[in-house]
Design a protein around this ligand. Sequence first.
Ligand code: NAD
Ligand code: UD1
Length: 342
Amino acid sequence: MKKILVTGGLGYIGSHTCVDLLEKNYEIIIVDNLCNSELDTLNSIYSITKKKPKFFNCDITNYEELFHLFKTNNIDCIIHFAALKSVSDSVQNPKKYFFNNVEGIKILLRCCKKFKVNKFIFSSSCTVYGFPKVLPVNESMPFGEASSPYGETKIRSEEILLKFCKENKSFKNISLRYFNPIGAHNSNLIGESHKGTPSNLVPIITKSCFNKNIKLKVFGNDYNTKDGTAIRDYIHIEDLSKAHIKAYEYIKDSINNYEFFNVGTGIGYSVIEVINTFEEISGKKLNYIFAKRRKGDIEKIYADIKKVNKKMKWKAKFDLKKMLESAWSWELKRNSNKKTLK
Ligand code: NAD
Ligand code: UD1
């Protein structure tokens, strides 16, 4: 049976997608170098699905290792999650980001060409729209100015894929432009777990309830929004992982060989709305302060989701309350031996 190669399959989005693929009885191979994940996630995937996928601890920038993997496995499609994703780290180490994220995709494509693997699903980001002038953002809008080296690697990767599709007509790619994934799997066995301190809003909120050293700062309350705080389109991880199943089913019969879709809920929430909703569902009072705007932050962004609804027949199900309940439940489970601060 042909297999789906999942790069970065032990990471946050990858692990949830692996669970869904296995539950749909697809055969998968996971490649991950564990630079931002733990081997134990493989056991969690097993606990949920009762299936043990093949795993290779391999770096996607290592052509020889990848070559061997492609040679010895019959691969039908690649779902490519493996990338570095910290915006602040990318500002400090832009070269590391370009090498890992951009060279990584080039090496994968070399293998695709060599071994005639012609389906590819790529993890892109709404960051490719830059600072949008019109909302909601739809796929006909051009790339914007990248707000970070990380963002630039996503734009560059999409460009490389477009060029590769033009030159190789039998090769098909779908780029999924994720908005802001949050929450965890309903089993609470997998979820978002960072190596180091998180920089994203929701993990900071949940962690600040356990760790007095994590202080929640709201970056900017002078934006041109309903309450002055920035607006994002948060999407639950289980909705997002299901979009990959839809993409895999769609790519098999798709006519266009290069497609890209927004994957969000289409609804924008402000930072204050997220905080208020979290306080409501958890019964906790968050001691936050207002701080100045974070460099590179976008005022507001949310997705136009008509294209993904219509063509891939995908729609998110979780609302903000359910998403935050899920994130909170994951945090409680991970700290089940500790007390919350207040
Ligand atoms: P993650 O860090 O949890 O997962 C990425 C996985 O890739 C990790 O397990 C890491 O060890 C692995 N990896 C990184 N470089 C590798 C390499 N060279 N070789 C092999 N493995 C490597 O991140 P995530 O949140 O699951 O994100 C997955 C993808 O989605 C990334 O491409 C990211 O840029 C993109 N994305 C994420 C978000 C988000 O908010 N989480 C938003 C938009 C796009
Ligand atoms: C960020 C990245 C984006 C990346 C995504 C996933 C930037 C500019 N964008 O998205 O490219 O794909 O993470 O890694 O970094 N906020 C606070 N206080 C905090 C943290 C966040 O107020 O401590 C606010 C932010 O200003 C933002 C919102 O919360 O308005 C969401 O922030 P975050 O979770 O970091 O996601 P993005 O910035 O949207």
